[in-house]
Design a protein around this ligand. Structure first.
Ligand code: KIV
Ligand code: NA
Length: 270
């Protein structure tokens, strides 16, 4: 496989080939995900829960993100990986100013990231444009944005109802116009996610709990391996069922994303 790049991603998007994204936080899992055909590896700040035992992602620091991004990068390098490496900008690392966001993004890019992800719409649009103009590919993230879970009132569906949907749509279009090449849609109604996917020609939507109509899918690695300390979200599928091991489970995930059999829309008809 050839290494993934923005043009290749745009090509997959245009051809309608589903994009498989998975989180990884260390070298071994990153190498395994890459070998299994995962196109985009996300060093998500979900590592705060998965690795650090925090109750939300708000406690994850830039230094921690740098550490895990470096580990994942080394894992990919060991296997001459072809995956596109995305790293989350953690809470507080891009909120002060566009300049602060650039400094934080630089830390993650120097750690090996190809792209950074940041949550939210509205005020973040200027920040996205600022980073993209300076050569940093950006993935946006709308819907349930875990860094602001307290402001949202809990882990619940977003973009439900006409007003909320119109706002999410406005924000998504603005983020595309600002140059975001990817957009994670988390826990939004499948109909809305599908419509947005058709509307956004220059920004590939990646869904999690957003139905099967998006350009790609993402899951938290530990969730899809059936490893979870709390309650499993109902949109997650345990790919260890029927698999011979972790490598096979990740391969099954990639296959299911590619052939559209994951997710099953009946599991989250919101
Ligand atoms: O941190 C994370 O794992 C994420 C994905 C769930 C999109 O942001
Ligand atoms: Na995240």
């Amino acid at each position: 496989r050839k290494p993934l790049s923005l043009p290749r991603l745009a090509d997959m998007h245009a051809r309608g080939e589903k994009i498989a994204m998975l989180t990884a936080y260390d070298a071994t899992f990153a190498a395994m995900a890459d070998a299994a055909g995962v196109e985009c590896i996300l060093v998500g700040d979900s590592l705060g829960m998965v690795c650090q035992g925090l109750h939300s992602t708000a406690g994850v620091t830039l230094e921690t993100m740098r550490y895990h991004t470096e580990s994942v990068f080394r894992g990919l390098h060991r296997v001459q990986g072809t995956a596109w490496l995305i790293a989350d900008l953690p809470f507080g690392s891009y909120h002060e100013s566009r300049e602060q966001a650039l400094r934080s993004a630089t830390v993650l890019m120097q750690a090996g990231a190809h792209m950074v992800k940041l949550e939210g719409g509205g005020w973040t649009t200027d920040t996205v444009r600022f980073l993209v103009e300076r050569g940093i590919p950006v993935c946006a993230h709308l819907g349930l944005t875990p860094q602001t879970v307290h402001a949202l009132g809990g882990y619940r569906v977003q973009g439900k109802g006409e007003e909320a949907a119109a706002r999410l749509r406005r924000e998504a279009h603005a983020l595309q116009d600002a140059g975001a090449a990817m957009l994670v849609l988390e826990m939004v109604p499948a109909v809305l996610a599908t419509e947005l996917t058709g509307e956004l020609k220059h920004c590939a939507t990646i869904g999690i709990g957003a139905g099967r109509g998006t350009a790609g899918q993402v899951l938290v690695l530990h969730d899809m391996l059936g490893m979870n300390l709390g309650r499993m979200a109902k949109f997650v599928r345990n790919f260890m069922h029927g698999a011979d091991g972790i490598a096979q489970a990740i391969e099954a995930y990639v296959r299911a994303v590619k052939d559209g059999s994951f997710p099953d829309d009946r599991l989250h008809a919101w």
